[in-house]
Design a protein around this ligand. Structure first.
Ligand SMILES: Cc1ncc(COP(=O)(O)O)c(C=O)c1O
Length: 384
């Protein structure tokens, strides 16, 4: 028998048992009244998580599909766009935009930093003819575990009309986000992150200004046509194509928790878990990639001690201690590992994971003081 793992990935995340059970319901007609009621409820509740009055479309695809939908509906070949990148998913946004022949100005702020809004402000100021159509960036860059200052990036536009298109796949519900308050035009999220549901759905919120641009967009698209998605949602409470009904059940169940406690409380819980994990890791003497003021509430990226291979570390953790953490990504793959703490994570499971990590690191030769992580974490938790 396989025991349940301490599952600390930055997505997919552990799915609570009530959410899992909700998926065991029989299929319903996605063109019938029950599905309509469920989709309308999920949409209304998702709007509260995004903090938007904009329409939120539920797409059956992973987060990257949502990013592709954002590019194909709001950007045309030859459009000048800024891709502001701080890691792996910034590079993915560049790839998608280039795939659709956008004229990409790729600004690499460096892995380990956050975006500097003044650089964006400067670029836009120089663009007196308003040729730049959009700024694309991550809210939470999962590869480096850093949160970008989306509110300030948005404000840096001044009166420049560029759309702000934000990938908040791993950020929404974990880190503070206020789509309307911050004047974000398009935001993309995914079911397998803070939503506490399995993979399979992306959510894309697009405001009126963005949808007007989508209206005149000439890109060839079939599956990811958001005008079709809007028309079906508004008129019938349906999706244009067969949705992943079981995952919609799951999200509907998980969103009840957001309704119950409110999105701000969910974000606070994520911040508390972030602080706890960071206190424990620092007490072990490990180096974290993100500075405290830009650290992600969803995931923590850690420099693997020299002479230890992060893949070997994760293998030992998995096989001996039943703890699942993530490897590094992109150019951080061979030097970092990541501890996810988003979604339905129980606080004391973080102790178990860090104790396992401590033992595994010591077994692999790291010079780590025994027990300090637990003491630091206990002190933090008991102060609350
Ligand atoms: C910030 C960010 N963007 C996009 C994605 C891509 O999502 P998916 O793997 O669901 O396609 C991820 C996945 O981890 C992510 O963390």
């Amino acid at each position: 028998m396989k025991l349940q793992e301490y599952f600390l990935l930055p997505g997919p995340t552990d799915v609570p048992s009530n959410v899992l059970r909700s998926m065991a319901q029989p299929m319903i007609n996605h063109r019938g009244p029950e599905f309509e009621e469920m989709l309308r409820t999920v949409t209304a509740q998702a709007k509260k998580v995004f903090k938007t009055e904009a329409e939120v479309f539920t797409l059956t695809c992973s987060g990257s599909g949502g990013l592709e939908a954002a590019v194909v509906n709001f950007i045309e070949p030859g459009d000048k766009v800024i891709v502001a990148s701080i890691g792996n998913f910034g590079e993915r946004f560049r790839q998608i935009a280039e795939m659709y022949d956008a004229d990409v100005d790729f600004i690499d702020f460096g892995w380990g930093n956050c975006i500097d809004p003044s650089v964006i402000a400067e670029k836009l100021k120089e663009d007196s003819e308003h040729k730049i159509k959009a700024i694309l960036c991550q809210h939470n860059e999962t590869s480096t575990a850093i949160v970008n200052p989306i509110k300030d990036i948005s404000a840096a536009r001044g009166d420049h009309p560029a759309l702000l298109i934000v990938d908040t796949v791993s950020g929404l519900g974990a880190a503070e986000f206020d789509m309307d308050g911050w004047k974000v035009d398009v935001a993309v999220a995914g079911s397998q992150k803070a939503f506490m549901a399995p993979p399979g759905l992306a959510f894309i919120a697009a405001n009126k200004r963005a949808m007007e641009i989508a209206e005149s967009n000439h890109n060839r698209k079939f599956y990811f046509d958001l005008k079709k998605a809007r028309d079906m949602l508004v008129s019938k409470g349906q999706t244009p194509f067969t949705p992943a009904i079981s995952t919609v059940y799951a999200v509907a169940e998980a969103l009840k928790y957001f309704e119950e406690v409110g999105v701000d409380a969910v974000v606070r819980e994520h911040c508390e878990r972030r602080d706890l994990v960071r206190a424990g890791l620092k007490a072990m003497g490990l180096t974290l990639i993100a500075d405290d003021d830009i650290a992600s509430p969803a995931v923590t990226a850690v420099q693997c001690p020299k002479n230890i291979n992060p893949d070997e570390l994760r293998k030992l953790l998995r096989e001996k201690y039943n703890v699942i953490i993530a490897g590094g990504q992109g150019k951080f793959a061979s030097t970092t590992f990541r501890v996810g703490h988003l979604g339905a994570v129980r606080t004391l499971d973080l102790f178990a994971a860090l104790i396992g990590l401590e033992m595994a690191l010591i077994e692999l030769g790291a010079d780590i003081p025994k027990g300090k992580a637990v003491i630091a974490m206990e002190e933090m938790l008991m102060k609350k």
